[in-house]
Design a protein around this ligand. Structure first.
Ligand code: IVH
Length: 671
């Protein structure tokens, strides 16, 4: 390559890597597989190494990655949160070992552990109390996510000893929680997350801590930042020390002296990988001796004394037989590749979501193509790429539907959505999905009314909307396949029983966009019956803690629809209960406030002092006006004055408004 070609290639690489890294770190929505990113990054590093004069400050190799989102306040990491060098083969790993031995002059111990596929987190403790949690951001400036990390159960809020320290680790979403979350999101008509890492990042960077709490995040802590302050001289001891203080550390941590043994370790975990409850993408190797680590120091970007070995992505080859387009109850059409069954990372795979039309076009996937598959975030089968060399001649581009395969109405893209949607409210496929949702467990919970029976009832034109379910007769049901007297009576009783359900079941069952089971419960508790809710202003709805404007707008639009109003009247006519019958959350429990003597001071942006006091009293707190040695907690808003000083001098626990948000979201209803 002549110098101009190198320049052109560098510019291209830098632009593409920046784009990919933004999508990954900032938007939590990766555009390509990690290994593809790694390859481009490698190419950039190698070109830059050959032409150091062409390295520019804005090159991704000169930055740690991640941009600081403006929605959060910023935190400066006194000790920068660096990135880590990586290798992709055992030979390179051996080279790393040789380099270390040469630098140290001896063989050395390594502490090895799994590389968790999550996002890095810093936790700061003062006198044993958790005071701050932040993300890595660009390595020097991260985002303050204190209120959110307060909701993560395996992060100790108080250490077993009153120490002042900072630890770092990885925040991740367990695979099962990830599966549930995506199912729920699909039910609510929301976009699903591409993999558990993105789901974890998206969940941690939430402005509403209550959302983070629901997401069930976990952590593995692996770095003790100020180890010098304690009697800890190796990484192994640091892990033990952190474990004793109450942190969750990964059980894979092991000290190994011999590179051959490390290779066995790699093999072992490559086998175990699929059975772990969390995603991993390799192993991390650290020089065990902390003094040696310090001696070796860091390059601009990465510590010299540690390296990640990245597992090669598991891939399988198969042939695309068909592309199916299915519709959800919100009208979104999703393409699925139907393939010859193939073994991939521990399971047999015959279907893979293609997400949307853009992905089909981007990867140019055609029916009849041979493709390579991988699992995104260790779980979701995805098409990596087409094996063009194996494409039969004359293969046509995959057809993208222009009309709904179920009702034939024209498909549209709403606003700037990539998704194709059918917006016909009478589309039978959407109605069927909606009916099945209405009957589902978290909604009205009609025992025995699964999608197959819904399909039959619909085909025989016995139901066209949910109110018709309550008009079904013995004679109607006797026409269903395999339905005898007993099953008919059981279903009729099951349907009839749901007339007494509390309002939130109905609200969730109606399938209003963005209204999940939790929001439905809050709405039912607050407004008590459907008429009051239908007449409530957007502001009254949005004012409910954790509800917000998206849900308020969606409810408003839903209840303004004349067909919805008719449906509600019909449901009333068949005696479906429209009121909240559960107990209210007054009966609730919150470990942070119950039985505590609390003082509130300073200006709070989102709480009225009097209302907050009442709310805390309901949670069992005693609110007083001045700070004394009997005060358990000071809630300090902006411009807090003498009370804050006094609380500090008496060593009273202090929280700010963000932490208050987090603490309040820990409230559990015990009804
Ligand atoms: S050690 C200098 N140990 O991988 C920062 N990192 O690709 C390295 N990671 O930023 C800290 N598992 O977020 C370390 N067992 C582990 C890890 C781990 C995952 C992440 C970490 C780091 C990234 C680099």
């Amino acid at each position: 390559m002549n110098i101009e070609d190198v320049q052109t290639r560098l510019t291209k690489l830098k632009a593409r890597i920046t784009e990919l890294s933004n999508a990954y770190y900032t938007k939590d929505a990766p555009l390509v597989e990690d290994s593809e990113y790694d390859q481009l990054y490698r190419e950039l590093e190698e070109l830059e190494a050959e032409h150091p004069e062409l390295v520019t400050n804005d090159s991704p190799t000169q930055k740690v990655g991640g941009e600081v989102l403006s929605d959060f306040s910023k935190v400066t990491h006194d000790v920068p949160m660096l990135s880590m060098g990586d290798v992709f083969s055992l030979e390179e790993l051996e080279e790393f070992d040789q380099r270390m031995q040469k630098n140290i002059g001896n063989k050395t111990d390594y502490n090895v552990e799994l590389k968790i596929d999550g996002l890095a987190l810093s936790l700061v403790y003062e006198n044993g109390k958790l005071v701050q949690g932040s993300t890595r951001g660009d390595g020097v400036i991260g985002e303050d996510v204190t209120a959110n990390i307060m909701t993560i159960t395996d992060i100790p809020k108080e250490l077993s000893e009153p120490l002042t320290l900072e630890v770092r680790g990885e925040c991740y979403m367990p695979k099962t929680s990830f599966g549930k979350l995506n199912d729920e999101r699909e039910n609510e008509g929301l976009a699903t997350f591409a993999n558990p890492r993105n789901a974890a990042a998206g969940s941690l960077r939430q402005l509403d801590p209550a959302v983070t709490k629901k997401r069930n995040l976990s952590t593995f802590i692996y770095t003790l930042v100020n180890a010098d302050d304690f009697e800890v001289s190796t990484q192994e001891e640091a892990i033990e020390f952190m474990k004793k203080l109450g942190f969750h550390t990964n059980p894979s941590s092991k000290t190994i002296n011999d590179i051959a043994e490390i290779e066995n370790y790699i093999e072992l975990y490559q086998e175990k990988r699929d059975s772990l409850e969390y995603g991993i993408d390799g192993i991390v190797l650290k020089i065990n001796d902390l003094a040696l680590q310090q001696e070796l120091g860091n390059t601009v970007k990465v510590p010299r004394w540690e390296i990640a070995y990245k597992f090669p992505p598991e891939r399988s080859e198969t042939i695309i037989k068909d592309i199916e387009w299915t519709i959800g109850r919100t009208g979104v059409l999703t393409p699925t590749a139907v393939m010859d069954p193939v073994q991939l990372a521990g399971t047999t795979v015959s279907r893979a979501t293609l997400h949307n039309e853009e992905m089909i076009k981007d990867k140019d996937i055609r029916i009849g193509d041979t493709v390579l598959l991988h699992k995104a975030g260790d779980i979701i089968p995805e098409v990596s790429k087409v094996v063009i060399a194996k494409r039969p001649e004359g293969l046509e581009e995959a057809p993208i539907p222009t009309n709904c395969p179920y009702c034939d109405s024209e498909l549209v893209h709403l606003e700037d959505e990539v998704a194709l949607r059918c917006i016909n409210p009478k589309c039978p496929a959407q109605i069927k999905e909606g009916l099945a949702h209405f009957a589902s467990r978290n909604a009205m919970n009609i025992d025995g009314l699964g999608p197959r029976i819904v399909e039959q009832l619909f085909q025989k034109e016995m139901i066209k909307d949910v109110s018709d379910l309550y008009k079904l007769t013995f004679d109607d049901l006797s026409q269903l396949e395999g339905f005898k007297e007993k099953s008919i009576n059981n279903l009729l009783t099951a349907i009839n029983n749901t007339k007494n359900n509390s309002l939130e079941k109905l609200l969730y069952g109606l399938g209003i966009r963005h209204v999940g089971a939790k929001a439905a419960k809050l709405l039912a508790e607050r407004f008590k019956d459907i008429d009051t809710l239908m007449n409530a202003s957007k502001k009254e709805v949005a004012d409910i803690n954790t509800i917000g404007e998206t849900i308020a707008d969606s409810l408003h639009a839903y209840f303004s629809n004349i067909e919805v109003q008719t449906l509600i009247t019909e449901l009333k006519d068949v005696n479906v209960n429209m009121s909240y019958t559960g107990s209210t959350t007054i009966n609730s429990n919150n470990e942070h406030f119950s039985g505590k003597t609390i003082v509130i001071t300073g200006t709070l942006a989102n709480y009225k002092r009097k209302e907050l006091a009442e709310q805390l009293e309901e949670l069992g707190a005693k609110i007083t006006g001045s700070v004394t040695k009997n005060t358990d907690l000071l809630i300090a808003g902006e411009k807090a004055g003498s009370k804050l000083d006094k609380a500090k001098s008496l060593d009273v626990a202090i929280i700010n408004e963000k932490m208050l948000d987090g603490y309040l979201s820990d409230t559990q209803s015990i009804d």
